[in-house]
Structure formats: C-alpha cells, structure tokens
Design a protein around this ligand. Structure first.
Ligand SMILES: [Zn+2]
Length: 189
C-alpha cells in the first residue's frame, strides 16, 4: 500500500495550500500557519532579523509571526507595489543587498582574497554565478557571485541559503583590489 503523506498543520491561511512539513511554513499571531511560498513573497516587507546570544545560539525575530491573517493577506496584496517603490528608491536595479559587515579569506596562491559580504537582501534575489555590482563610496566594480551563505554568529557560515528579499545572508565573491565595507550596496540588473 502506498504511504499517505501526513499533512501536519492543515492549510495555508492565505492561499489554502496544504502545509507540508518538508517545505517549512510560518506561524501567524492567531496560531494559524502560512506556507513557505506566501512567507517568501511577503518576507521583503517583514525582514527576518537574526542575532546571536553570548553562546553563539541563533536568536530569530520574525515579524511575520506578529501578523494577523488579515494583515498577512494585506501584505500579500501590497507586496508588488511595495517592491516597486523600493526599486525606484534604488535606481531600478533588479535586486539590492545592504552590506552590514565583511570578512575576507585568503584566496590561495596568486588568487585574490575571497570576500564574504554579510548583510540583508533589501529586495529581489541573488543566486550563485550572478553578475552583480559592488557600489563602494561612489565607485562601482563588477563582481561575479560564487556563493550565497547562511549567516552564523562569527560571520558567513558554510551552508548555502537563498538570497531572497528580506533575508539575511552572505554574498561571496572575489576580485583584485576590491574594497567592500559596511554601508556598501551590492546590486544586480
Ligand atoms: Zn500560502
């Protein structure tokens, strides 16, 4: 007999999709749940904030969990207009990333250093191998991303993650004589 997949948490409060444990889902203030797709769509309006306690344990603050189903539904309706406003604010780039801290690593013999720009995707998405531009103090440098990494308390971690709007992550790239520091922007067109 075929195994029947169990649907543990019922259905998404916003779109009605079945919530599958392997896809992940979010919680709302009233205890209802929203699916990973709806969470991903409105994340840009409600960025996840990650901090770490003294022992290095991740402390997540997710503003989506404070929304009522009505507020979350409104967010889903408004997210395209919201993102368009952000795009206008950032010169209509397809994606923008705010650099909050930077770590570097030696690139090996005759290779430029590897730069881990830690911060937050303001909107849009970044993927490995994307061509992007680093905007540093009025100068723009072309870069090619080599990875998108999860943040850990010490900086960029080793595991990959998605560089989508509202999420914190590290963009990885390398290049000769590149200066990158907190306050810089990385954009993709
Ligand atoms: Zn949904």
């Amino acid at each position: 007999m075929a195994k029947i997949k169990s649907i543990e948490k019922g259905f998404c409060s916003l779109c009605g999709r079945a919530l599958l444990p392997n896809e992940g889902y979010g919680r709302l203030r009233d205890g209802g749940h929203i699916c990973s797709l709806c969470t991903g769509k409105i994340r840009v309006m409600y960025p996840l904030s990650l901090t770490w306690d003294k022992k290095g344990n991740e402390v997540r603050h997710d503003p989506i969990e404070e929304l009522s189903p009505e507020e979350a539904g409104k967010a889903l309706e408004n997210v395209i207009a919201y993102t368009e406003e952000l795009r206008a604010k950032y010169d209509h780039h397809n994606a923008a990333f705010a650099v909050e801290s930077v770590t570097t690593e030696k690139g090996g013999f005759l290779k430029p250093p590897i730069i881990y720009a830690c911060g937050r995707v303001i909107y849009g998405c970044f993927d490995p191998e994307d061509k992007a531009r680093l905007l540093h103090k009025g100068s723009a440098s072309d870069i090619t991303l080599t990875g998108i990494k999860r943040l850990e308390f010490y900086g960029a971690g080793v595991s990959d993650c998605q560089g989508t709007g509202g999420n914190s992550c590290a963009l990885v790239f390398s290049g000769k004589n590149l200066a990158c520091e907190a306050g810089d922007l990385i954009v993709r067109d």
